[in-house]
Design a protein around this ligand. Structure first.
Ligand SMILES: CC(C)(COP(=O)(O)OP(=O)(O)OC[C@H]1O[C@@H](n2cnc3c(N)ncnc32)[C@H](O)[C@@H]1OP(=O)(O)O)[C@@H](O)C(=O)NCCC(=O)NCCS
Length: 184
């Protein structure tokens, strides 16, 4: 491999959810992911997995046989005893620039909050880690994160990154509707 290509190949990069979108597309085509419609928005598809032994909630928009949009909430660390979810999103190239990332992120957050309501979890934290040069992703983040990001060093790549975070209070459902979520 020419040196330049090798350099690019080995250069540290931040996690790109496009790779997850490709894997989900493949699994979807093979019928390997059991998806279910959202409870609030039945056009939003939901699938849960545990890639690193931790819950990840995945929300998808499907156009025919193609996954146009993927929004993932991966359970990361606990913050003051409350679960924190790291959000990642990707839109297939042919569907970009149509507002799908922004609208799907909002719909997915509503679905997740609704799903966790009544799970004896009073609040969650949501965070995003975005490369400073990824201006489009930063535009998408402003839809659910209302405060300015903080500059950090991304723990995966060691690169500078923007850290967005938000605390979300969940209403507690009383009585027989109460469910228990299994978050690790
Ligand atoms: C980031 C990504 C998910 C955005 O998806 P999208 O559906 O095209 O985004 P939206 O259409 O909702 O647009 C969000 C904003 O970016 C703008 N935008 C979208 N594509 C753009 C482009 N190519 N150039 C400039 N602006 C663009 C939109 O106009 C919109 O601006 P607004 O907030 O002023 O309305 C998509 O580009 C992608 O999959 N990128 C690769 C994966 C990635 O970077 N994920 C985020 C990692 S943290």
């Amino acid at each position: 491999m020419p040196t330049k290509e090798l350099e690019i190949e080995t250069m540290a990069r931040m996690t790109d959810p496009t790779n997850a979108l490709r894997l989900f597309q493949h699994a979807f085509e093979c019928g390997q992911i059991p998806v279910e419609p959202g409870r609030i928005d039945p056009t939003l598809m939901f699938a849960c997995d545990e890639p690193n032994g931790r819950a990840r909630f995945n929300y998808m928009r499907v156009e025919g046989r193609t996954l146009s949009t993927l929004v993932m909430f991966a359970h990361s660390d606990m913050i003051e005893g409350h679960p924190c979810f790291n959000v990642g999103y990707a839109v297939a190239e042919a569907f970009q620039g149509k507002g799908l990332a922004k609208s799907t992120q909002v719909a997915a957050l509503n679905e997740m909050a609704n799903g966790l309501t009544g799970a004896r979890i009073p609040m969650i934290h949501v965070e995003a880690v975005i490369a400073p040069e990824n201006f489009v992703s930063q535009r998408v983040a402003t839809v659910i994160f209302d405060s300015a990001p903080v500059t950090i060093t991304d723990s995966e790549s060691g690169l500078p990154a923007l850290h967005y975070s938000r605390r979300i209070d969940l209403p507690m459902r009383a009585g027989p509707e109460r469910e228990r979520a299994t978050l690790r």
